[in-house]
Design a protein around this ligand. Structure first.
Ligand code: ATP
Ligand code: MG
Length: 554
């Protein structure tokens, strides 16, 4: 990571500064705790940059911990993708990867401790009854008739649960706290339930699984986490977090701090919804370039530096907010404008024949970046037959149109000035060929007789260019907050992917996947990591040259 990525500041870092200054802590230990039930998305990146970024800047540690207490929804594929994405974002976890499931034995022991202290009981209310007994925000709950069981009875029943002698949903272990608490999470929360599911880490060893609230705080304490950072929806859960740690024998007291989650316009961030997009084949996979996932953004051509920069720009606060897509895009645009080599590609080709050009191709040397000579040059063949963009030619046009017009001149980028002499059309009136002449005195200089040529257009040699499929992406949804729609699938943008059959300059034959180029005048594009091959090039548009989102509503 470069030195220029200056250290951010935010309220969590201020808390840490104070804890270090007061001597409450001498070092900082954070963790990033994803549940392996989906791929990471840009919201997770915010949490990753916060947790790993703090560890980096304070010479502390950050664990990667899989919060894997829900075997039915989890999968090893997600574990692998998450490790990969964290590394790709530029972060290293300290020590071994952690799994909450590593602590199942210890968690079980702590549950027994709570039972022994009269602070947990085995309940037999059905899930519906339990809901009914829980009360509402305005009414206190009722005690379960099983609440006052003896310690012995509770131990015996919990043992039966553990030994597979109890059906799913028939019994669960609940913490005995306060059925009248204004915090619903404190109304005797379930801490263990029966699930006959094979776990991706522990196999069939367990048929009881601890709940998130019980597991998370204990995992934090066992790992010596100092600052347990999570999103605001866990604010009330902090009571339970502290209650559990206060009532078991453990000599570490991590503190939970909440920040607001990232919401982005025109996309969804719920893993359940993202999963549905994938399983219902509404996108091509978790790494579809239209997805807000790390792997999707990467495949689309986003750099990890641009995502880190985005996380820095949005900051960390407690205010709920929704960020405009343009703000993410401006981060990648700033990066690529600076760092992406230039190349030429024609997305919607029409043929140009240079009638006064004879013989072999002429190899031109073209700069890879207009302001960075250190990025070198590349060879671009200029030939008698070329392609230009169909929209870059008109039979007639006013002065504002700075491209090729019949009878007028235009410059070809990095090459010569050409003049359109005549055209040929097919039976439907579509232009098939534009016949031109070129002025061979104009390579890298203006016409010597003072003729002014204002426009510059891009082009590709028809003989040497390579056909390529070019995928243009638009926002995945038609409304800014698809998550709020009754049916988010109904607001998917049917035009979120448009495919073009274009032609690219020959130097792009070996374009490395995911490494973006600026296709002159067209935007930033990278070769697709899954579908592009020597036999068939496929490019993804990462982002356009300018902010087109800002136009919405004009
Ligand atoms: P779900 O979508 O199923 O509710 P989740 O978003 O809570 O899941 P986790 O895997 O539990 O997903 O998240 C891991 C960490 O990333 C948590 O600490 C969570 O707070 C954080 N996180 C998740 N989504 C966002 C977001 N949109 N913005 C910031 N942090 C997030
Ligand atoms: Mg979660």
């Amino acid at each position: 990571m470069s030195e220029s990525e200056a250290r951010p500041t935010n309220f969590i870092r201020q808390i840490i500064d104070a804890d270090l200054a007061s001597g409450k802590h001498t070092s900082v230990h954070t963790r990033f705790p994803p549940e392996p039930n989906g791929y990471l998305h840009i919201g997770h990146a915010k949490s990753i940059c916060l947790n790993f970024g703090i560890a980096q800047d304070y010479q502390g540690q950050c664990n990667l911990r899989f919060d894997d207490t829900n075997p039915e929804k989890e999968d090893i594929e997600y574990v692998e993708s998450i490790k990969n994405d964290v590394n790709w974002l530029g972060f290293e976890w300290s020590g071994e990867i952690c799994y909450s499931s590593n602590y199942f034995d210890k968690l079980y022991g702590f549950a027994i401790e709570l039972i022994n202290k009269g602070l947990a009981y085995v309940d037999e209310l059905s899930p519906e009854q339990m809901r009914e007994y829980r009360g509402t925000l305005t009414e206190p709950g009722k005690h379960s008739p099983y609440r006052d069981r003896s310690v012995e009875e509770n131990l015996a029943l919990f043992d039966k649960m553990k030994n597979g002698e109890v059906e799913e949903g028939k019994m669960c272990l609940r913490a005995k706290i306060d059925m009248a608490s204004p915090f619903m999470v404190m109304r005797d929360p379930v801490i263990y339930r029966v699930r006959f599911a094979t776990h991706h880490q522990t196999g069939d060893k367990w048929c009881i699984y601890p709940m998130y609230d019980f597991t998370h705080c204990i995992s934090d304490a066992l790992e010596g986490i100092t600052h347990s950072i999570c999103t605001l929806e866990f604010m009330d859960n902090r009571r339970l977090y502290d209650w559990v740690l206060d009532n078991i024998t453990i000599d570490c007291q991590p503190r939970q701090y909440e920040f607001s989650r990232l919401n982005l316009e025109y996309t969804v961030m719920s893993k359940r919804k993202l999963n549905q997009l994938v399983t219902d084949n509404l996108v091509s996979g978790w790494d579809d370039p239209r997805m807000p996932t790390i792997s999707g953004l990467r495949r689309r051509g986003f750099t990890s530096a641009s995502i880190r920069e985005f996380c820095k720009r949005i900051g960390v606060t407690k205010q709920d907010n929704t960020i405009e897509m343009g703000s993410l895009e401006s981060c990648i645009r700033d990066d690529l404008n600076e760092n992406a080599p230039r190349a030429m590609a024609v997305l919607d080709p029409v043929k140009v024949v240079i009638e006064n050009f004879d013989g072999e191709a002429e190899i031109l040397n073209v700069a890879n970046h207009p302001n960075k000579p250190e990025m070198g040059t590349r060879e671009v063949p200029f030939t008698r037959e070329l392609y230009i963009e169909r929209e870059d030619f008109r039979e007639e046009a006013n002065k504002k149109y700075k491209r090729l017009v019949l009878g007028k001149e235009v410059r070809l980028r990095g090459a010569y000035v050409i003049k359109a002499e005549r055209i040929e059309k097919d039976e439907e009136g579509n232009i098939t060929t534009i016949f031109c002449t070129y002025d061979n005195e104009t390579l890298g200089q203006n016409p010597t007789d003072g003729r002014k040529v204002k426009g510059v257009i891009h082009w590709v040699s028809a003989e040497a260019g390579i056909p390529a499929e070019i995928r243009l992406y638009d926002r995945l949804f038609t409304v800014p907050n698809p998550g709020a729609a009754d049916d988010f699938v109904s607001v998917i943008n049917p035009e979120s992917l448009t495919t073009k059959q274009g032609v690219v300059e020959p130097s792009l034959a070996d374009a490395e996947a995911e490494k973006a180029f600026q296709f002159e005048r067209m935007g930033y594009f990278c070769a697709d990591s899954k579908d592009s091959s020597k036999e068939k090039l496929v490019f993804n548009r990462t982002v356009g040259l300018r902010d087109t989102w800002a136009k919405i509503g004009d």
